[in-house]
Design a protein around this ligand. Structure first.
Ligand code: 5FU
Length: 256
């Protein structure tokens, strides 16, 4: 198995290269899913977990007081701590619409998010639309090949078709949201949500696996949300704990 650093070489997409290089540099395969609803909480936790993560995953549309100042401060934190920003927007419309959703409106996602994700359901047009905006900016796209939630419909033939779509657009599609690696495209990044060391589910269909489980299945990056900043948790302590769990699982996998 290649190291993250070795995989960075020869990747066609700059964001993917940057991500693997910084994972190696920071010794972290941890992405934090920062699902809080106020700017202050968001910036406070981002600053605390920043040193331990390779990627900060956002849902900007859940912030009650979103404004340009938040983006300016987020960019400063990105410089300070060295991480990739992934807006988990899950685009799902025709190419022409997603192009506008990506670059316009209140959030202007293309201006600040290094990575975005999209459902494969509309077909190749969704990638073509997002690519028109994202490729000149050297951004990267993840396709949702599988979801972590109970009863998710992205399975079997749908997942297979999603993998084929990714292979047709390797300049812009850098990987998948999924729980496992696919044999036919091992170089593509696999980012995995639904990761916890303490819980196996929530009350709304989320299903959790441990960092070790998902890394063993071929995941490259673990995505952890409430496990890090949930009620009563210290985000610094938890970020270190998940960083260590993810990195040790990766080192063990490299040895085997
Ligand atoms: F695509 C997916 C998926 O299949 N499952 C997810 O949980 C995305 N997610 C996101 O990961 C979800 O929107 C949350 O932002 C995050 C998981 O958060 P948690 O608090 O660790 O459950």
């Amino acid at each position: 198995m290649k190291t993250y650093g070795e995989r960075a070489i020869n990747l066609p997409n700059k964001t993917a290269q940057d991500l693997f290089t910084l994972m190696e540099r920071k010794k972290s395969n941890l992405a934090v899913a920062l699902d809080v609803t106020t700017k202050q909480e968001f910036l406070d936790i981002a600053d605390k977990v920043g040193p331990y993560i390779c990627c900060l995953k956002t849902h900007v549309d859940i912030l009650e007081d979103f404004d340009q100042d938040l983006i300016d401060k987020l960019k400063k934190l990105q410089k300070k701590h060295d991480f990739i920003i992934f807006e988990d927007r899950k685009f799902a419309d025709i190419g022409n619409t997603v192009k506008h959703q990506y670059s316009k409106g209140i959030y202007k996602i293309a201006e600040w998010a290094d990575i975005i994700d999209a459902h494969a359901i509309p077909g190749d047009g969704i990638i073509l639309g997002l690519k028109e905006i994202g490729l000149p900016l050297k951004r990267g796209l993840l396709l949702l090949a599988e979801m972590s939630s109970k009863g998710n419909l992205a399975t079997g033939a749908y997942t297979e078709a999603t993998i084929e779509m990714a292979k047709r657009h390797k300049d812009f599609v850098i990987g998948f949201i999924s729980g496992k690696k696919y044999n036919s495209c091992e170089e593509l990044i696999v980012m995995t949500p639904g990761v916890s060391l303490d819980n196996s589910n929530d009350d709304l269909g989320q299903q959790y696996k441990t960092p070790r489980n998902v890394i063993e299945n071929g995941s490259d990056i673990i995505i952890v949300g409430r496990g890090i900043y949930g009620k009563g948790k210290d985000p610094v302590v938890e970020a270190q704990r998940y960083r260590n769990a993810g990195w040790n699982a990766y080192l063990e996998k490299l040895e085997n």
